[in-house]
Design a protein around this ligand. Structure first.
Ligand SMILES: C[S@@+](CC[C@H](N)C(=O)[O-])C[C@H]1O[C@@H](n2cnc3c(N)ncnc32)[C@H](O)[C@@H]1O
Length: 255
């Protein structure tokens, strides 16, 4: 196990294997004119995830995968940098940069230890990247270190209620009852592979953000519109219309 914990190497190897399954979604999202978020692809116009003005902002995407979020930021005038631990995901990102004629730095590394200077970004963002695959006690301090005063942190994660109702077998639909304790939730491992995820109770997450000089501006509990579709097998739309399966957190440094 390295100093950062075994999850980094375990998740690198899982994501190198899963990368092929994310190529098509990456291609579709790179080609999309408007951003959309999460497993239900809820449009930006409905959720208002991104700041109105992105022009000239230095942005870092933590766990960028195929880097379509960075592409959306670049097209709105921002200067993104993507970092990801999976070299196979980054190979797709790099190919899509070439195909779309859009170039920005892609770093291969652990988002818990980014090799860039303090206070060099105005926005740190993560959609199911560092936000769930890195230990929050490591990646949130790192995001704060990278942000300038007044800089923003935006991240999308699985909803806490969904994590409490998710069976160990991820292919089985979430329950309508809680299956595991809320208190003490942190590290999640699944029987189907060696991946490791992290999810904190809301109070602990807010306290961790505040301890790192980050104040919560907004928590968007994503409710997919009627008729939404997804390529993911779980949860059903009926479940996701009743409970938030995804959360988008917005915080501000030194706020
Ligand atoms: C679901 S993808 C999210 C990226 C993008 N939004 C997408 O959906 O394709 C998760 C990404 O997190 C990356 N990741 C996992 N652990 C990481 C770490 N410690 N540092 C940087 N990236 C990491 C994985 O390699 C993977 O590309």
């Amino acid at each position: 196990m390295d100093a950062a914990g075994d999850h980094v190497e375990r998740n690198r190897s899982v994501w190198n294997r899963r990368a092929a399954d994310y190529v098509e979604a990456g291609e579709r999202n790179w080609a999309a004119a408007e951003p959309s978020w999460g497993r239900w692809s809820v449009p930006e116009a409905q959720l208002h995830v991104l700041p109105d003005a992105l022009d000239g902002l230095d942005c870092i995407e933590l766990g960028c995968g195929t880097a379509y979020v960075s592409a959306w930021l670049a097209r709105r005038g921002a200067r993104p940098v993507g970092i990801d631990v999976s070299e196979v995901q980054l190979a797709t990102a790099s190919r899509l940069q070439g195909e779309h004629g859009l170039s920005f730095p892609l770093l291969h590394g652990n988002a818990e230890q980014v090799p860039l200077a303090d206070a060099s970004f105005d926005l740190a963002i993560s959609e199911y990247g560092a936000s769930i695959w890195c230990d929050p006690h490591r990646w949130i301090p790192e995001a704060s270190r990278l942000l300038r005063p007044g800089g923003r942190l935006i991240f999308l994660v699985n909803g806490v209620i969904a994590m409490l109702c998710e069976p160990d077998d991820e292919t089985v639909q979430p329950s309508e009852r809680m299956l595991r304790p809320y208190f003490g939730m942190h590290r999640f491992e699944w029987p189907e592979d060696e991946s490791v995820e992290f999810h904190l109770p809301h109070g602990e997450l807010i306290a961790l953000l505040r301890a790192n000089d980050l104040t919560v501006d907004e928590l968007i509990e994503v409710r997919p519109p009627e008729g939404s579709t997804t390529r993911y097998p779980t949860p059903t739309l009926e479940w996701a219309r009743q409970w938030p399966c995804e959360e988008i957190w917005k915080a501000r440094k030194g706020g």
